[in-house]
Design a protein around this ligand. Structure first.
Ligand code: PHE
Length: 342
């Protein structure tokens, strides 16, 4: 009996065959198990001699099966290792790789430049209450700029008494939110998405702005001018940038200025810093006392400037991108052409 099973165990070619042998010998209805059960019907003397022998046989076969199982597993692994191997000297296959979108790239550049000037980055929600988007910025309900901005209003069911919400039309509400939360003095830029119902070659219903805000004891318009010039020099990488401050009007700044940058269009090629053309790049001014007060800041003690610049606009200027709408078309050929490699 022993020789029979030891022979079968040694001859089992794989785990399944080995398991079949185990069942035949030691399974519930296996030969040896049945013999163990028949011990009950034997005389005490017979049991004395058969019992220990059977037990020893059972142990021996179990051990042999376990050993064989290990050997089979080992052999299988060896076989796999011989078959599956990687030639590390092979050159890798080219992987398609994404690019950084020009808007993301420009946001990072702007943040890095202002970080050097001591500005932190702040953010606010894109779905904004009309209080933060308008009222706190000194734009009362009947003010024409509420309609001029082509605001997207969030739908409200009758009886909904939450405050009215809009898709923010500019990043200026972040001024209020930041000063409310962190107080003054402060120096921040707030990049993000803004929304206006407008669509043509130079307008998309969603676009990007960043807001700048600098509040301290005696910040002046001169500091604003220096800051913007410093930024443009670094961003456009030209020493001779020239900015033109044009008197303008925003409800949330007084005085207000729109700022143009000197440029030339030669043969459709835009050059920053030379020529006789001017291109508007941002709105700015000294933060209105009412805006400071709305954010809980004492306008008798604090003052400062704010500005809002179109990120998409300056990205077009810096990288010579002719149509704003292409930014959001997700055309892979466009993205490969204008995108940045990491
Ligand atoms: N919020 C203004 C706009 O979107 C820009 C601006 C920001 C002007 C801050 C002055 C100060 O047009």
């Amino acid at each position: 009996l022993k020789d029979k099973y030891v022979g079968q165990i040694a001859g089992a070619a794989d785990e399944a065959a080995l398991e079949a042998v185990r069942l035949a010998a030691l399974g519930k209805k296996g030969e040896i198990s049945l013999m163990m059960r028949s011990l009950g019907g034997m005389s005490p003397e017979e049991r004395q001699s058969f019992g220990p022998a059977l037990n020893a046989l059972k142990t021996e076969l179990s051990d042999a099966i376990a050993a064989r199982r290990d050997a089979l597993a080992e052999a299988a692994l060896e076989k796999r290792l011989a078959r599956e191997w990687v030639d590390v000297t092979q050159p890798p296959r080219p992987q398609p790789e994404g690019t950084i979108h020009p808007i993301s790239q420009v946001m990072e550049e702007v943040i890095a430049i202002f970080a050097d000037l001591g500005y932190a980055v702040a953010e606010g929600p894109q779905i904004e209450t009309d209080w933060y988007n308008f009222d706190a910025l000194n734009i009362p309900a009947e003010h024409p700029s509420r309609t001029e901005m082509d605001t997207f209003y969030m739908h409200r069911d009758p009886g909904d008494n939450r405050p009215p919400h809009v898709l923010r039309t500019h990043t200026s509400p972040v001024q209020i939110r930041y000063m409310e939360q962190h107080g003054v003095p402060c120096r921040i830029i707030a990049p993000g998405r803004v929304y206006r119902a407008d669509y043509d070659q130079t307008h998309t219903p969603m676009f990007h702005q960043y807001e700048g805000l600098c509040i301290d004891r005696d910040v002046s318009m001169a500091n604003l001018k220096w800051t913007l010039e410093e930024f443009c020099r670094a961003f456009f990488e030209v020493d001779g940038v020239e900015l033109r401050f044009r008197a303008s009007h925003f409800p949330f700044t007084e005085p207000s200025a729109e700022v143009d940058i000197r440029c030339s269009w030669e043969g459709g090629q835009l050059k920053i810093g030379e020529g006789d053309d001017w291109l508007e790049i941002l709105g700015s001014g000294m933060v209105h006392p009412k805006v400071l007060a709305a954010a809980g800041v004492d306008p008798d003690k604090w003052q400062g400037f704010a500005f809002g610049m179109g990120i998409d606009r300056i990205a077009m200027l810096k990288y010579g991108i002719p149509d704003l709408r292409a930014f959001f078309d997700s055309d892979l050929r466009w993205l490969r052409h204008y995108g940045f490699r990491t």
